[in-house]
Design a protein around this ligand. Sequence first.
Ligand code: NI
Length: 135
Amino acid sequence: MTTVHRKAHFNAAHRLFRPDWDDAKNAEIFGKCSNPNYHGHNYELVVHVTGDIDPETGFVIDMKILKQIIYEEVEVAFDHKNLNVEVAEFRNLNPTAENIAKVIWHKIRKKLDRALTLSVTLYETPRNFVTYTEN
Ligand code: NI
């Protein structure tokens, strides 16, 4: 098996909070990311696609196609958006790096050939990042 990787980037605002917790509890658990007035992150995404090399093309996946999927499903959907307010998936889902990676995985997964395996790594800061995958 071979894994190909494609990087992408988006800027987005968010707030981590639970509406059933008061401000003190939200601040205790979510820290600065619970600022009621939102704040931004420069998110870096790495999409990993694993599969066999197609003997005809020599590709696991045509990178032009993967680039277009990431552009439509992630960059158009999330870049320069307030995730809590403007992105339907986070209306009732806390936009942690974990949950953002999970949502991205599902959006890209539905566009890929079933024979390919997908995982996504999302950097919220250069030091904090998560990887999400499912079978
Ligand atoms: Ni944050």
